[in-house]
Design a protein around this ligand. Structure first.
Ligand code: SAH
Length: 347
């Protein structure tokens, strides 16, 4: 039994043809899945009864399910998605005035061990398959009800997406496709800790979301402290790769900078970063640290954040501070899953 979310429209057409079913039925079936949020053939009321009985013998619509959905304080909804085998990943839907953004995960756990992040606390369990990535957006869509639409996707949940590039690329193609979710690459943002070797592959495959690079430091020695698993990649090379990606794709490039009190929060850090990014046509997204219970790090004061932002801005680098809803997203990254798996005794 194959899962529909793992097939392109051409692949589904081929499978149907082999079963003696007309090829043209593939598109309306996928429309049910990706636009109307159907999770079973039984819901596809314009399919003949015979097909509604026959197709489930060969295909399953989804392979994951929602174990739990929790509304957050600012309209966000966190879905805990149960995968076959019992693994759990987390997806967050963030509503804003004119958009509905879904934050998706790409791995069960994470191997990167950034010192301030909850996702890496227990290491990597496995990569997500392409259908498991796609289905997170579908569960968020289904959570919105029949009139719901997802406008944007951020790949900023649990895991390092570019360590799972093949599955990610397949999933992003489905999210973008007109037979899929129809979410263009300008409305998708991929965040990487700096696995820059994979960026030319994205360009080559013409899968070109906006890019966010998690920098978190103004120099290589602070970065080695904060992102120890990346100490062989120099900031100069990250900046170079990001600029090349922007030039090749025309997409937005942002550097994320989590401010940790007493580590990377001084005005001189901002000025040094500003010097490195000035004139590169990139933005900086400053993220005040979201407290993680198990970790000793602390969030900077509002004054510190304001001073950092002003100093960076004075270098001519466009800078934004992640707002509350975004905070809810990063707060969600890993932390809810950690709590859930502890409670469920899984993971
Ligand atoms: N592995 C990818 C995606 C991770 S999550 C990456 O590193 O970019 C998206 C962002 O949230 C990253 O910039 C990550 O560093 C940040 N983040 C993780 N934990 C955080 C926390 N406790 N507080 C604030 N930001 C956090």
């Amino acid at each position: 039994v194959e899962v529909l979310t793992g097939l392109s429209v051409q692949e589904l057409e081929d499978r149907l043809e082999a079963l003696g079913v007309e090829r043209w039925r593939a598109k309306p079936i996928l429309h049910w899945v990706y636009r109307r949020g159907a999770s079973s053939f039984g819901e596809m009321t314009d399919l003949s009864l015979a097909l509604r009985e026959e197709l489930p013998r060969h295909f399953q619509v989804l392979r994951s399910s929602v174990a739990e959905s929790r509304p957050g304080p600012d309209g966000t909804v966190k879905h805990l998605v149960m995968l076959p085998g019992g693994d759990v990943v987390e997806t967050v839907m963030i509503p804003e005035e004119d958009r509905r953004t879904v934050c998706i995960s790409t791995q069960v756990g994470c191997p990167m061990r950034c010192v301030f992040c909850a996702s890496g606390l227990s290491g990597l369990k496995r990569n997500l398959e392409a259908p498991e990535i796609v289905e997170q957006v579908l569960h968020a869509l289904r959570g919105l009800g029949p009139e719901g639409r997802i406008s944007n996707v951020v790949v900023m949940g649990i895991g390092e997406p570019l360590l799972n590039a093949a599955n990610l690329i397949r999933a992003l193609r489905t999210l973008k496709a007109s037979w899929g979710m129809g979410i263009g690459y300008r409305r998708i943002t991929l965040s990487t800790v700096g696995v820059i070797g994979q960026l030319p592959e994205l360009v080559r495959q013409d899968v070109t979301p906006n890019l966010a690079v998690s920098l978190h430091a103004p120099d290589d020695s602070i970065r080695a402290e904060v992102v120890p698993t990346m100490k062989n990649v120099r900031i100069a090379d990250l900046v170079k790769a990001a600029v090349e990606y922007r030039q090749a794709t025309g997409k937005e490039v942002t550097f994320e900078y989590v401010i940790l009190e007493g580590i990377n929060d001084e005005k001189r850090h901002a000025l040094e970063l500003g010097k490195k990014l000035k004139g590169k046509k990139v933005k900086v997204n400053v993220i005040p640290f979201n407290r993680v219970e198990e970790l000793p790090y602390r969030a900077p004061s509002t004054e510190k954040v304001d001073r950092f932002v002003a100093a960076l801005g004075s270098c001519g680098v466009p800078v934004t501070v992640r707002k509350r809803k975004g905070d809810a997203v990063s707060a969600a990254c890993g932390q809810l899953r950690a709590r859930f798996t502890a409670k469920a005794g899984a993971g």
